[in-house]
Design a protein around this ligand. Structure first.
Ligand SMILES: Cc1cc2nc3c(=O)[nH]c(=O)nc-3n(C[C@H](O)[C@H](O)[C@H](O)COP(=O)(O)OP(=O)(O)OC[C@H]3O[C@@H](n4cnc5c(N)ncnc54)[C@H](O)[C@@H]3O)c2cc1C
Length: 332
């Protein structure tokens, strides 16, 4: 099976799930990475090192900024001439748009957020969670090529092999798309630069982080100290800080950190929930984590039903002790 893998990047910063998509493509057969943009040498090199057999690079001023029209028409033209069986994308806001537009050009369909694939004869069957993960849906696409997006961390990331190379092909931007109606006028950094979706470890805090009367501070100041404490543990473990909606609504931390139904859906290797009760709207955002640790004063908190390890107690005593123990263990 020949699979195109669209490498989603912003100015050379690649969405890691692109590499996971290369690993998945290799498990089906040949992986052909598509790198669009300008100044793409580093991304191309990395695509080979993560296992692409071939990289098709379209380095063109018309593709300097991601814009749906030129990107979709370029992708559609490449897919029409090279006839892949499958086109994989890491799921992002951009790729949802790009895959959908290109699927219309190619008269095919898109299977979004597929977290598992299996073959049924010649047909690829994708499984994806729907209704906040309560139901698993199996979908097939009768068009060709099949297009699918995969969420971050649903598939293993292949090992990077330094210096690995393969076939490099130069593609052309589709001039039709170059007449795009949209133009990017500029970029500025935003709060949502925090990307908990890619973190392997998340230390997450809830309303409980604002509850430590012994500090003699008001809730907001207590929460600030509490989240600093969580941040220390997260940094030590090379991870990120997450939060419940109650913590976000309380103004203790920004929305970019929120996990759950109306926040981000995450699946890290380790999720440490501190002072979070475990409301269903929070659980749907983190229950696919590989190992869940819950720290809560209340032994009956629903979060314990999802946790591999539970600690009943005050997070203000347990988190620093855990940080200290980890520091010793890691020799830091
Ligand atoms: C439509 C809708 C969408 C929603 N979307 C989301 C979402 O995306 N994400 C989300 O998180 N929620 C979401 N919610 C809100 C959700 O229902 C809960 O209200 C919220 O998750 C509760 O946050 P919490 O667990 O931090 O707070 P609480 O439920 O108040 O729990 C605080 C916990 O901290 C413990 N605690 C207190 N002090 C300490 C301490 N010192 N040490 C240890 N433990 C302590 C308590 O025992 C308690 O279990 C949504 C709700 C609705 C209706």
């Amino acid at each position: 099976m020949k699979t195109f893998v669209y490498i989603d990047h912003f100015k050379g910063e690649v969405q890691p799930a692109s590499w996971e998509a290369i690993g998945l493509a290799k498990s089906f057969g040949t992986a052909v990475a598509l790198v669009f943009g300008t100044g793409t040498d580093e991304v191309t090199k990395a695509a080979f090192e993560y296992g692409a057999d071939e990289v098709i690079v379209v380095d063109d001023a018309a593709l300097e900024d991601y814009r749906a029209e030129p990107y979709a028409s370029t992708l559609s033209a490449l897919a029409s001439s090279s006839t892949p069986d499958l086109i994989l994308f890491p799921t992002t806001a951009r790729t949802r748009e790009l895959a959908a537009m290109s699927a219309v050009d190619l008269s095919t369909g898109v299977l979004t957020d597929a977290s598992k694939f299996e073959m049924n004869g010649e047909q690829l069957v994708a499984t994806r969670p729907i209704y906040e993960g309560k139901v698993l849906e199996k979908t097939v696409c009768s068009g060709k090529p099949v297009m699918a997006t995969i969420p971050a961390r649903a598939f293993p990331k292949p090992e990077r092999v330094a210096g690995k190379t393969g076939t490099l092909t130069k593609g052309e931007a589709n001039p039709q798309g170059a007449d795009a109606l949209t133009t990017v006028q500029g970029y500025s950094a935003s709060e949502s630069a925090v990307n908990i979706g890619d973190a392997a470890v998340i230390v997450s805090g809830g309303r409980g982080v604002s509850n430590n009367p012994s500090l003699g501070l008001d809730e907001a100041a207590t929460a600030q100290k509490g989240f600093e404490m969580l941040g220390e543990l997260a940094t030590l473990l090379g991870g990120a800080v997450g939060a419940s909606r109650a913590a976000v609504d309380g103004g203790y931390i920004t929305y970019a950190h929120q996990v759950g139904q109306t926040g981000k859906v995450v699946a890290p290797d380790l999720y440490i929930a501190c002072g979070i009760s475990g409301a269903i709207q929070h659980l749907v955002g983190m229950r696919n984590s590989k190992v869940i640790v819950a720290i809560n004063k209340d032994a009956d908190a629903p979060v314990f039903s999802q946790a591999r390890y539970g600690v009943v107690g005050d997070l203000f005593a347990i988190v620093p002790a855990l940080t200290e123990a980890m520091r010793k263990k890691m020799g830091k």
